[in-house]
Ligand binder design. Structure first.
Ligand code: ADE
Ligand code: ZN
Length: 326
């Protein structure tokens, strides 16, 4: 259709993608055999059939189990390279990639293996595909503060490869305040900050992310609409939200796409962006997210173009670079 073609041609930046969430069943199956890591599935089809979630936690359990097949630097390279090829197909010119070191270090994989594999693919992505990128290291919020501090310490010899720290995993019961001191330390090391907040958790968690963690962007943030003062702050301070429509449907944050508040947020003047979150698990890469959102909410071409423009404005590229893209 015309709107699909428009979306496919639109130059986009992606700002909310977990590299472990781009692990397609085919690669998971292949790596499980190569590395002799057992997964509870007999075939690629069986893996896909298992992707039915009721909430964030039911997804995370499967996502962490799947990530266990990643062992060598080459595995992390291949995972990242496969995602960059999808970026090319989706006309993503710039991507800011999350990764979760603790998912790997806590099962005995060296911190350096993970970051070196991902980083090498990102460098090749720039040189061979022309896709620019930044890497964001996320702390798993269900783990404790000390574990996050250890992870930050491990990152200290790789600061040239990381632009920011983030916060992900199980939101409810693990407020941003739990990581105030870790984020303060990360900022003193020259890193920017972002955090998942207001995906399943309340607006109070978005306030904490802003006030305590000093974030440049809120990841998800769809529950901000419940708090009028918060919406005003997000608009006046131009704090971007990285929204993941297909993720929100698959994890039952909204019952169906026609009930998603994306258009409402956009119309209020928030700097909202469309992203894929964990595309291998949620049914599509960034174009699929744009398409399904556009169709369900009747987004106009102007609204789609604004969403794409927002993605560059909200990115961590330099102002000179932004002028080129916008
Ligand atoms: N890790 C991967 N995807 C996530 C999400 N949508 N929310 C929290 N943690 C995640
Ligand atoms: Zn996410």
């Amino acid at each position: 259709s015309e709107i699909r073609d428009f979306i496919k041609k639109l130059p986009k930046a992606e700002l909310h993608i977990h590299i472990e969430g781009s692990l397609e069943p085919e690669l998971m199956f292949k790596l499980s055999k190569k590395n002799a890591i057992e997964i509870p599935f007999k075939s690629v089809e069986e893996i896909r059939l298992a992707y039915k979630f009721n909430n964030l936690q039911s997804f995370l359990d499967i996502y962490y189990a799947g990530a266990a097949v990643l062992i060598t630097e080459e595995d992390f390279y291949d995972l990242t390279w496969a995602y960059l090829e999808r970026c090319k197909e989706n006309n993503v010119l710039h991507t800011e990639v999350f990764y979760d070191p603790q998912t790997h270090t806590n099962r005995g994989i060296d911190f350096d293996i993970v970051i070196n594999g991902i980083h090498r693919a990102l460098v090749d992505g720039k040189n061979k595909l022309g896709i620019s990128s930044k890497l964001i290291m996320c702390f798993l919020r269900h783990l404790d503060e000390a574990d996050a501090f250890t992870t930050l310490e491990q990152a200290s010899s790789h600061l040239d490869k990381i632009v920011a720290v983030g916060l992900d995993s199980s939101e409810i019961g693990h407020p941003p305040s739990k990581f105030e001191r870790v984020f303060e330390k990360a900022q003193s090391m020259g890193l920017l900050t972002v955090a998942h907040a207001g995906e399943e958790g309340p607006p109070a968690y978005i306030w904490e992310a802003l006030d305590l963690l000093k974030v440049s962007r809120i990841d998800h943030g769809v529950r901000a609409l419940e708090d009028e003062a918060l919406v005003t702050k997000l608009i006046t301070e131009k704090i971007p939200l990285t929204i993941c429509p297909l993720s929100n449907i698959k994890l039952c944050v909204f019952k169906k796409m026609s009930e998603h508040n994306y258009r409402k947020l956009l119309k209020k003047g928030l700097v909202v962006t469309i992203n894929s979150d964990d595309p291998a698990y949620f049914g599509g890469y960034i174009n699929q997210n744009y398409i399904e959102t556009a169709e369900a909410l009747s987004l106009s071409k102007e609204e789609l173009a604004l969403s794409a423009k927002n993605s560059f404005i909200a990115s961590f590229i330099s102002d000179e670079q932004k002028k080129i893209y916008c």
